[in-house]
Design a binder for this molecule. Structure first.
Ligand SMILES: [Zn+2]
Length: 244
């Protein structure tokens, strides 16, 4: 089976331990992102399920990079100096393996002699259950739209159109934040993390990267999770199809 130019990453739901627990007090200056040792529970199951659904619809295989080390030891969605205890060689190895895996898969999706885009979706569990006082199903982050630049350069209207990801998800009755696609470019606290910033269009000219955070209540309930995985796969495939 051939591959589709689509990579799912999942940094925060590994379960394997290492030798040294990451401590906030040991991080160097500049590590300002929220510090937590809590895993995004069921995010890896959700990621695999979305990828399986994509394979069924497209008859092509998406790439996946799913962290196996517990977040207590490595936070794969942070820059290297903030991601693990400096004295742990095993943590460094795990971090580099994860990011090298992503880089190799991106290289494979974007050969120099071809045009077209490739897509990365970074799948998380949302920390909060409410946003602006309201419940939600999925939060979207695009680094103030920098990480989708490769896409909007080709078609400036697609992100806000009925075929943009937010409108497609809403068409399946999924409660998305932000509810209006134009809001993803505003500076706000949900602009996505290190992974989409590093690999999104700022870094790789033909890579489109989007962070998706799913509410805990959906992740924890098997039938809701499976339904959302199927709906997310349908929407993601429809959204990316014209560009790959
Ligand atoms: Zn996360």
């Amino acid at each position: 089976m051939t591959n589709i130019k689509l990579l799912f990453t999942c940094p925060h739901n590994g379960c394997n331990p290492l030798d040294k627990i990451r401590e906030k007090a040991h991080l160097p200056a500049g590590c300002d992102e929220i510090f937590t040792k809590m895993n995004d529970v069921f995010a890896s199951t959700l990621t695999s399920s979305i990828a399986n659904n994509i394979e069924n619809i497209s008859e092509k295989k998406p790439y996946t990079e799913i962290a196996i080390i517990d977040r207590k030891y490595v936070d794969h969605n942070r820059e290297k100096k903030c991601a693990f205890e400096k004295s742990s060689l095993r943590a460094k190895r795990a971090y580099l393996d994860y990011h090298n895996g992503i880089m190799l898969k991106i290289e494979e999706m974007l050969p120099a002699n071809e045009n077209g885009l490739a897509f990365l979706f970074d799948i998380h569990g949302a920390r909060q259950e409410l946003i602006t006082g309201q419940p939600f199903d999925v939060l979207i982050g695009t680094d103030e739209d920098h990480s989708i630049h490769a896409l909007t350069e080709i078609d400036p209207n697609v992100w806000g159109s009925p075929n943009g990801l937010i409108r497609l998800l809403q068409g399946k009755d999924i409660v998305v934040y932000p509810p209006d696609p134009s809001q993803t470019k505003d500076p706000h606290s949900l602009d996505g993390g290190y992974t989409i910033k590093k690999y999104g269009s700022k870094g790789k000219k033909r890579l489109v990267a989007i962070q998706m955070e799913v509410s805990r209540s959906i992740r924890e309930d098997r039938s809701s999770r499976e339904k959302l995985a199927a709906d997310m796969a349908d929407c993601i495939f429809q959204f990316i199809k014209p560009f790959i």
